[in-house]
Design a protein around this ligand. Structure first.
Ligand SMILES: Cc1ncc(C[n+]2csc(CCOP(=O)(O)OP(=O)(O)O)c2C)c(N)n1
Ligand SMILES: [Mg+2]
Length: 581
């Protein structure tokens, strides 16, 4: 019988302290560039990774924590949430083409939201025999693809296949630098098993990141033009869909909107740009503002309004600011842009706020006029939103009413709400940066639950709430997410708004065919989730605390207890609320 090779080609044995298996070097290099967690779902491609983890640990090499993810969608969602909480990119490792296919939705979501992450999956061995790592079982043939990276290529900024063990350090550095450069996004590297089994130099493993990520700053001249227009416009309005870029920029934007009396519309907001109760927080509907505007400033907004419904006047000046303000990844996106400013959003907002200062004297009268015109309208709008939410009380309650109750249950504590067809933003009182995230505009459902777990991992002192529709919860692979919450001790509050259907699909049918057969007869094929499961059982299966609210009067008490379970008992708590269809 042939001797089993330890490393590299048959018969070669080179494992010592000066070398590591490429699998070990790859993971160790990730740690060296700043990756603390690998969210991993392993398979037969992983022996050199798993052996590498053991080898590196035995040799005292620092490693990231490799966490078991029972489903790849959870791995991608957690890496997404972890980045939102910390601004730091992490790694996902999946099993060959099939694991990568399960990562595809997460990659699409990450690409749309410019979330950097390092995505890896094994590549089935190239060789059929004769080398360590060569194929051993039939899936070695069944999982081979002509172009595995094609599964995610449209979503990633860059992809590569590791060809030689000596490339390992460089490829990690390049992947990290590209993912973290403006505009950020996911990258993908496929890892052939034979290459990972090869020995690799350990020297240089701890050198600093060899390639600095590129950060694009806004052009000062263009910023100055925008500041001048914004200062002197009669009816300026800001549209913000992806927050302000950082906590500092959030406060700067709040101050700018207040000082200059500029309404901020948060239409389909994925992140919060200023407090919901801010005197210039002009709700989510562009309609009242867009037609009278003489200047629109869109901050990192993929679709700041719907061209089918909302029409800016031809003489209105339109400005787009963002990391990639023209959204070059999107084939069709023809929002007019008279001034286009590329650069990191936070830098643009902060520098715009300073540039505005130079215009203060000339604009004083204008500001007073603007404030008088918009302030009472915004106050009335905010009151109407609250009133509408209160009117949704009763059994079953509206989503907006549940949102109001949730907001009251969270009052006074640092909390972050992630909503995926769950509680709507606007009746809530959320005043802090990072307190609100909504599902990505790519809409790949199943995001909120694992993203909340990623946040809970990153920030254990914060109360993380994931609120979802019943459909969105099912998409999240709940068995996997609850297993992770228990295994990693990640308490979070899960609030499911159960209307027994895919209501968004129903609304879309009514939107396209308002007088159609489906709307008139109220027969909506392909939207019902009946019979509705008892969702509490999913949480209980992994020993979480759970409650089902069928009587809306009990809602405030149950929410308070759910918060207590998470904060004091450090348990995952799931609350299922039956809401109106
Ligand atoms: C992966 C994926 N599959 C399908 C869809 C299409 N889709 C969009 S909204 C929706 C229904 C969501 O239902 P639910 O979470 O119960 O919220 P509701 O619409 O009832 O408020 C579906 C199926 C999607 N966005 N993503
Ligand atoms: Mg539903």
């Amino acid at each position: 019988m042939k001797r089993k090779p330890r490393n590299g080609v048959l018969g070669q044995d080179s494992a010592d302290a000066s070398t590591l298996t490429a699998g070990a070097a790859l993971i160790a290099r990730l740690k060296a560039v700043g990756v603390d967690y690998i969210f991993a779902n392993s398979g037969t491609d992983f022996p050199p990774i798993i052996e590498g983890l053991a080898e590196a640990a035995a040799k005292g090499v620092p490693l990231p924590r490799a966490l078991v993810m029972p489903h790849e969608s959870a791995a991608m969602g957690m890496a997404h949430g972890y980045y939102l909480a910390t601004g730091r990119a992490h790694a996902v490792m999946a099993h060959t083409n099939v694991g990568l296919a399960n990562c595809a939705i997460g990659a699409i979501n990450a690409a749309t939201e410019k979330i950097p992450m390092l995505l890896f999956s094994g590549r089935t061995p190239t060789l059929e025999s004769g080398r360590l790592g060569a194929r051993t079982v039939p899936i070695g043939w069944g999982q081979e693809m002509r172009d595995q990276a094609a599964l995610v290529r449209e979503a990633v900024k860059w992809d590569y296949e590791l060809r030689f063990p000596e490339q390992t350090h460089d490829i990690v550095d390049r992947a990290y630098a590209i993912a973290n450069s403006t505009p950020r996004g996911p990258v993908y590297v496929s890892l052939p098993r034979e290459v990972l089994c090869e020995p690799c130099e350990a020297a240089g493993l701890n050198r600093p990141l060899a390639i600095e990520p590129a950060r694009t700053a806004p052009d000062a001249e263009t910023l100055e033009r925008i500041a001048g227009l914004l200062a002197t416009a009669r009816r300026p309005v800001i549209f913000a869909q992806r927050g302000a870029g950082s906590a500092e920029a959030f406060h700067a934007l709040s101050a700018l909107a207040e000082r200059w009396a500029i309404p901020v519309v948060q239409y389909w907001a994925v992140q919060l740009a200023l407090p919901t109760t801010h005197p210039m927080a002009a709700g989510f509907d562009p309609s009242p503002w867009i037609e009278e505007a003489d200047l629109i400033l869109a901050l990192d907004s993929i679709a700041p309004w719907s061209p089918d419904l909302h029409r800016p006047r031809p003489e209105c000046a339109i400005v787009h600011i963002g990391a990639d303000p023209l959204y070059a990844r999107v084939p069709i996106r023809n929002f007019r842009s008279d001034i286009t400013l590329a650069g990191e959003l936070d830098l643009s907002v902060l520098r715009l706020a300073s540039a505005m200062e130079g215009h203060e004297r000339g604009a004083r009268g204008k500001i007073g006029e603007r404030r008088a015109a918009v302030r009472p309208r915004i106050a009335a709008l905010q009151a109407r939103l609250l009133e509408a939410a209160r009117a949704g009380a009763g059994t079953p309650p509206s989503k907006a009413y549940v949102s109001l109750c949730l907001s009251e249950a969270l009052a006074g504590r640092p909390a972050t709400v992630l909503s995926e067809l769950g509680c709507p933003l606007f009746p809530m009182t959320l005043t802090e940066p990072g307190s609100w995230y909504q599902e990505p505009h790519s809409g790949g459902l199943g995001w909120a639950f694992p993203a909340a777990l990623g946040m809970a991992l990153a920030d254990p002192g914060r109360l993380i709430v994931a609120t979802m529709g019943d459909g969105a919860y099912i998409f999240s692979n709940p068995a996997a997410c609850h297993q992770i919450a228990e295994a990693l001790n990640l308490p979070a509050l899960i609030v499911i708004l159960n209307n027994g259907e895919w209501g968004a699909v129903r609304q879309s049918v009514v939107g396209v065919y308002p007088d159609g057969y489906a709307a008139r007869t109220n027969v909506m094929p392909l939207t019902s989730l009946a019979p509705t499961p008892d969702f509490t059982k999913y949480a209980e299966a992994s020993r979480g605390w759970a409650a089902r609210v069928t009587d809306a009067e009990r809602l405030p008490g149950v929410l308070a207890e759910g918060v207590r379970q998470v904060v004091e008992e450090r348990r995952l708590a799931l609350i299922e609320v039956l809401v109106r269809p």
